[in-house]
Design a protein around this ligand. Structure first.
Ligand SMILES: [Zn+2]
Length: 90
């Protein structure tokens, strides 16, 4: 159930042009995130050192944002992090 909602949410963000595709930038300092990202409300991202939140590998996030599919890379722990972020609101 969580996976379905996350994928629907990703499609909505993509439709609204709010989903980054190529490089993930930090909401705080605007620099590219290269390793682990903090996942924030509306699936915005930040460096862990800028805002510490639910942490996910940046390459997994890029894959998620591009494919809008949770099936391949994300384990249950990561799904829970995404779902928790989704529940924070649009
Ligand atoms: Zn930063």
């Amino acid at each position: 159930m969580e996976r379905v909602l996350i994928e629907a949410y990703l499609k909505l963000l993509d439709f609204e042009g709010r989903l980054p595709k190529d490089e993930l930038k930090c909401l705080i300092c605007s620099n590219e995130i290269l390793d682990n990202a903090s996942l924030l409300r509306a699936f915005q991202t930040a460096h862990i050192s800028c805002i510490f939140s639910n942490t996910i590998d940046v390459n997994k996030l890029k894959y998620l944002f591009n494919s809008k599919s949770t099936t391949t890379l994300l384990d249950e722990n990561e799904i829970n992090k995404c779902f928790f972020t989704l529940m924070e609101g649009l």
